[in-house]
Design a protein around this ligand. Structure first.
Ligand code: ADP
Ligand code: MG
Length: 569
């Protein structure tokens, strides 16, 4: 063994550890879920690499996780025969947080632990949760295919640093020893640990085993029962959850599975599990998260589904199966139509990829539609508040599904007159006035600016509802969403607006009168303003304000001009 070397944790790791221990204290047992989840990921990764190099299995082809308890030493050990880690991997995976945007995220923490611990949930709990129950953690690992003398030992008390040394470990995989803190003795009870595994890890597709003591020969009702030897026994179901029949999977199991694949620690909002057979063959299990991840707007953030081919894990973050406007969806796709040796490159543009993507997209849209139609709107509203901005990219990106996406959109409007985006286009249409054949909207720099725009005066007076838009993306959205349910969407800030159909004869007469009366004034304005304006017209749009600036029907709106300027156009 070489000398131990001491390394410092990345600053963010220290922060994460502090917050995690603090905020998860009442739910400590999840450390076991996290470590078993990692062991299962490690098995998946090995199985994938072995597709092209079966020698990696050596003489240990049956992948499993083992959990053992040592009452005397007060340790609980989780060991797997998965992919293992090299020394460099140990340093980067167990000493840093590699996610993009981590630094920015941590710099936003307030220092108020209760607020921060809510935020930190977006990070997923992971390996470091071991320190909730352990005051020392020892990891020994040997990478698949590496020389037996290259095993590494990592050890830490979860404070500022950890040590690295070489380890005596000749079998492939990773072994994690938790030295339990005083008072955490309950995790030495076999019954307790078994029940935690069943609760959180039943869906793990490899066996999670615990040691079963042998029994001596005995007699029961005059019958001899032979002695048994001690053996490792699976505690979980050990079948891939998505392959099971829907009716056999409980909500709890679906939720735990979500946490396993998403690295999110809150329950999902909703899910959809489908088996499709026919032209394309696949099983998908897709989840809508409750909370947006901190890196939803980070261009480099990874997203996409976990891809399996005939239950063999192929890759994480396969983004080819979800359009970008649904990038928040988490889940598993298992197809038998793709070859086992499929690569990201091959996936790029095959027919199979396209039809799988189409299928998955429509599943998600259906799931959202169901939520959007529910009597109780709280669930959909909370979805919209988290992900609405992303969904608004939909009409521009996905022409085929434009109408279904449009039904899912929610806006503020003069009908509700609050900043909450809760008005759907269908609801708008159902409230349209006799003779109204267009859907009116106004884009402003902020909700307040839109709400108080002089353009709205005449609409308010006539009782016509106007959608009030003020998100950055809205201008872009409205360029692609020009029609809904056969009705044009029309900006009230643009020219060419004719509300006369909605007026009675008397009003029309009066308007013609005033047009004649003010024609001269308009002409003088025009001469005075010269090149600065295209035209000056007498308008009936305003009721209280004397004048307003409008853009021509086919010109860029003032918001669009600002947007273009802000990106340097
Ligand atoms: P996550 O699982 O979300 O990536 P974790 O904190 O749980 O985050 O784990 C960090 C990383 O450490 C994993 O991504 C993996 O690369 C590595 N790792 C953890 N446990 C194991 C293990 N049992 N075998 C191999 N690698 C592991
Ligand atoms: Mg993990």
């Amino acid at each position: 063994t070489t000398q131990k070397q001491t390394h410092g944790f990345q600053a963010e790791v220290k922060q994460l550890l502090q917050l995690m221990i603090h905020s998860l204290y009442s739910n400590k047992e999840i450390f076991l879920r996290e470590l078993i989840s990692n062991a299962s990921d490690a098995a998946d990764k090995l199985r994938f690499l072995a597709l092209s190099d079966s020698s990696l299995y050596g003489n240990e082809g049956d992948l499993r996780v083992r959990v053992s308890l040592d009452e005397a030493a007060k340790t609980i050990t989780i060991s797997d025969n998965g992919i293992g880690m090299t020394r460099d991997e140990v340093i980067s995976h167990l000493g840093t947080i590699a996610k993009s945007g981590t630094k920015e995220f941590f710099s936003q923490l307030s220092g108020d632990q209760s607020k921060d611990s809510k935020l930190i949930g977006q990070f997923g709990v992971g390996f470091y949760s071991a320190f909730i129950v352990a005051d020392k953690v020892t990891v020994r690992t040997l990478k698949a295919g590496a020389a037996p003398d290259s095993a590494v030992e990592w050890e830490s008390a979860g404070e500022g640093d950890y040590t690295l040394a070489s380890a005596d470990k000749t079998s492939r995989g990773t072994e994690i020893v938790l030295h339990l803190r005083d008072g955490e003795g309950e995790f030495l009870s076999k019954w307790k640990v078994e029940s935690i595994i069943t609760k959180y890890s039943d869906h793990i597709s490899i066996p999670v085993e615990m040691w079963e003591e042998g029994t001596a020969e005995r007699e029961e009702d005059g019958e001899k029962i032979p002695a048994t030897e001690g053996h490792w026994k699976a505690v979980n179901k050990a079948t891939a959850l998505w392959m099971r029949d829907k009716s056999e999977v409980s909500d709890d199991e679906y939720q735990e599975f979500y946490k396993h694949i998403s690295h999110d620690w809150t329950e999902p909002l909703s899910w959809s599990h489908n088996k499709v057979e026919g032209n394309t063959n696949y099983t998908s299990l897709l989840y809508v998260p409750k909370k947006a991840p901190f890196d939803l707007w980070n261009r480099d953030a990874r997203h996409g589904l976990k891809l399996y081919v005939q239950r063999v894990f192929i890759m994480d973050d396969a983004e080819q199966f979800m359009p970008s406007y649904l990038r928040f969806i988490k889940g598993v796709l298992d197809s038998s139509d793709l070859p086992l040796n499929v690569s990201r490159e091959i996936l790029q543009d095959t027919k199979v990829t396209q039809s799988l993507r189409k299928g998955c997209t429509s599943r998600v849209l259906k799931m959202l539609e169901k939520m959007a139609k529910a009597e109780d709107q709280t669930e959909y509203q909370s979805f919209w508040d988290e992900f609405g901005q992303v969904l608004k990219e939909g009409p521009a990106e996905d022409h085929a599904n434009k109408e279904s996406i449009a039904k899912l959109l929610r806006f503020s409007s003069t009908h509700v007159d609050t900043a909450v985006q809760s008005v759907g286009l269908e609801a708008y249409v159902s409230r349209m006035k006799e003779g109204q054949d267009e859907i009116y909207f106004l884009v402003g720099d902020s909700f307040e600016a839109a709400q108080h725009s002089p353009h709205l005066e005449v609409f308010r007076k006539k009782g016509l509802e106007v959608l009030l838009l003020s998100d950055r993306i809205d201008e872009w959205l409205m360029q692609h969403l020009t029609e809904f349910d056969g009705k044009k969407l029309r900006s009230v800030a643009k020219g060419g607006l004719d509300l006369s159909k909605l007026d009675d004869e008397d009003t029309k007469k009066a308007q013609e009168e005033s047009e004649k009366q003010f024609a001269g004034v308009a002409e003088r304005f025009k001469t005075a303003l010269g090149d600065q304006v295209k035209d000056v017209k007498v308008s009936h749009r305003l009721t209280d304000s004397p004048a307003c600036v409008v853009t021509d029907e086919f010109d860029m709106s003032t918001q669009m001009i600002k947007l273009m300027e802000s990106v340097g156009q």
